[in-house]
Write a protein that binds this ligand. Structure first.
Ligand code: FNR
Length: 406
C-alpha cells in the first residue's frame, strides 16, 4: 500500500493533508463557495478544530522501555556527545539539549562544547544528562570539571579514550578547523575557573563562537592581529593540550576518576575484546563500543563488527548479564533497523551522532526533534514488522533474530 500511495504522489504533489487541502482550495477558487462547502463547518469552526486537536492530545507510546543504570528510559537512543557545535548552529549545544529533554532522550554533553556546562544543564532542564570527559592532564582541572558537572545534574560520566590526539583529518587541516574551531568554539575550558586561573584570568562565561562560522575569515582576523581571534586561538590551543593528553594517562589512573566520581562511569571508544574485558577490573560501569564515527583511526574495524566480537567474550557477556557492565554502541546508526541490529548484537542502547546534528543544521531544534522522532518510529515499525512487541525480545538475541549474509 505504501508504494501505491507513492505512485499517486506525482499527481497530488504531496501526501500531507494540509498540502492537498491547499491545492484543492486553489483549484476550486473559481467556483464560488465550492471549497467552503467542503472545508467550512458549523459556526466558528470551533468543533472542527477541536476534532483535530483532540488527536494531538493522545500520544502513542512505543513499547521500547529500557533500563540503564537503574533509570528507566523511554527508548534505547541517546544523543551522542558532539563538540564545538558553535560551528554548525548559533544555538550550539543548547538546541539538542532542549530537544533531548522534550523527547525524554538522554543527552550526553561533550567536554569540547561551545557552551558552558551550566548553560547546557539549564537548557536540558529536568532532562536526563551525562557528561563526556576529555580527560584533563592536571588533576585540579579534572576535579573542577567533575564538580561542575555534578553540581549541574549530570548523572553519569563518559570518559572518551579514543581521542588522545585528533585523527588525521585532511579536510580540517585544509580549512583550519582545528585551531580556530577550538580557539573560538570551546567554551568549557575558558569558563572553568581553575583552568583560567593558570593564565591569571577570570572565566569567560559568554560564548565567543561567531556564527555563521567562517574559518577563512578567522584566518584573516588572526593574521591581522585581531585580539579576540588571537586570544581565542591561544586559549583554545591550551585547552586542547589540557584535554588531549590521554596518551599520558594509564588504566591505573582511571582509579583516580573512579574515586572522585560517585555516579556511573562509562568508557567510550572501546573496540577490542581485551579493552572491554580489562575495563571490568577498574570499577567501570559501562562501555560504549565506538570508533568515534570513523573520525580517528582510518582503516579501523567497523564498530558493529567490534560489538559482535566483544559480545562473543564470555567475560563481557557474564558481566552484562549480572548487571555489572552496561554495553552501549555508536558509529553508523542511521535508521531504525540499524538500532535493531545493534541491540540484537548485545548493545543495551545506542548513541545517535550525525543524524541529529544534520537535522539541527537544516532546521534547528525542531529538525533535531524530527530526526529523533523518525528514527524511533522507524525502530518501532521495524520491531513490529519483524514480529516483536518489545526490545527485550531482541536484545542480545542475535542468534535468533539476525543472520549474516547479503
Ligand atoms: C563527534 N564525536 C565526539 N565524541 C566525543 O566523545 N566527544 C566529542 O567532543 C565528539 N565530537 C564530535 C564531533 C563531530 C562533528 C562528530 C561527527 C562526532 C563522536 C560521537 O560522539 C559519536 O561517536 C559519532 O558521531 C558516531 O558516529 P556517527 O554515527 O555520527 O557516524
Amino acid at each position: 500500500p505504501i508504494w501505491s500511495a507513492l505512485a499517486g504522489c506525482p499527481t497530488l504533489g504531496t501526501v500531507v493533508f494540509e498540502g492537498i487541502e491547499a491545492k484543492a482550495k486553489e483549484k476550486l477558487k473559481d467556483y464560488s463557495g465550492g471549497f467552503m462547502y467542503a472545508g467550512g463547518s458549523a459556526g466558528t469552526n470551533s468543533t472542527y478544530r477541536a476534532n483535530l486537536r483532540a488527536f494531538e492530545k493522545f500520544r502513542i507510546v512505543p513499547r521500547m522501555l529500557t533500563t540503564i543504570f537503574g533509570v528507566m528510559h523511554s527508548s534505547p537512543v541517546f544523543i551522542a556527545p558532539i563538540g564545538v557545535q558553535g560551528i554548525f548552529a548559533a544555538e550550539a549545544e543548547l538546541a539538542p539539549a532542549r530537544a533531548a529533554q522534550k523527547l525524554g532522550i538522554p543527552f550526553i554533553m561533550s567536554t569540547a562544547s561551545s557552551r558552558t556546562i551550566e548553560d547546557v544543564a539549564e537548557a536540558n532542564g529536568d532532562g536526563h544528562r551525562w557528561y563526556q570527559l576529555y580527560w584533563p592532564a592536571t588533576q585540579d582541572v579534572l576535579l573542577s570539571i567533575l564538580s561542575r558537572a555534578k553540581a549541574s545534574g549530570f548523572t553519569a560520566l563518559v570518559v572518551t579514550l579514543d581521542t588522545m590526539l585528533l585523527g588525521w583529518r585532511p579536510h580540517d587541516l585544509e580549512t583550519s578547523y582545528i585551531p580556530f574551531g577550538h580557539g573560538i568554539g570551546v567554551q568549557v575550558g575558558t569558563s572553568d575557573p581553575v583552568f583560567m586561573k593558570r593564565f591569571g584570568r577570570e572565566p569567560i562565561l559568554k560564548t565567543r563562537t561567531k556564527f555563521p562560522y567562517d574559518s577563512r575569515e578567522m584566518d584573516r582576523l588572526y593574521a591581522a592581529g585581531d585580539a579576540d581571534a588571537r586570544d581565542g586561538v591561544f586559549l583554545g590551543g591550551e585547552w586542547l593540550k589540557e584535554c588531549n593528553s590521554g596518551l599520558f594517562h594509564s588504566w591505573e589512573e582511571l582509579r583516580f576518576i573512579r574515586e572522585h566520581w560517585e555516579g556511573p562511569l562509562v568508557l567510550k571508544g572501546i573496540q577490542s575484546v581485551q579493552d572491554a574485558e580489562k575495563s571490568l577490573q577498574y570499577g567501570v560501569d559501562g562501555i560504549i563500543v565506538s570508533n568515534h564515527g570513523g573520525r580517528q583511526v582510518d582503516g579501523a574495524i567497523p564498530s558493529l563488527h567490534a560489538l559482535a566480537r566483544i559480545m562473543r567474550s564470555p567475560t563481557v557477556k557474564a558481566a552484562q548479564a549480572a548487571g555489572k557492565l552496561t554495553v552501549l554502541f555508536d558509529s553508523g546508526i542511521r535508521t531504525g533497523p540499524d538500532i535493531f541490529k545493534a541491540l540484537a548484537l548485545g548493545a543495551q542502547a545506542v548513541l545517535l551522532g550525525r543524524p541529529w546534528l544534520y537535522g539541527g543544521v537544516v532546521a534547528g531544534q525542531e529538525g533535531i526533534e524530527q530526526v529523533l522522532r523518525y528514527i524511533l518510529a522507524d525502530l518501532d515499525g521495524t520491531l513490529g514488522l519483524s514480529g516483536f512487541t518489545s526490545l527485550a525480545e531482541i536484545q542480545g538475541k542475535a542468534e535468533e533474530v539476525l543472520v549474516e549474509g547479503d
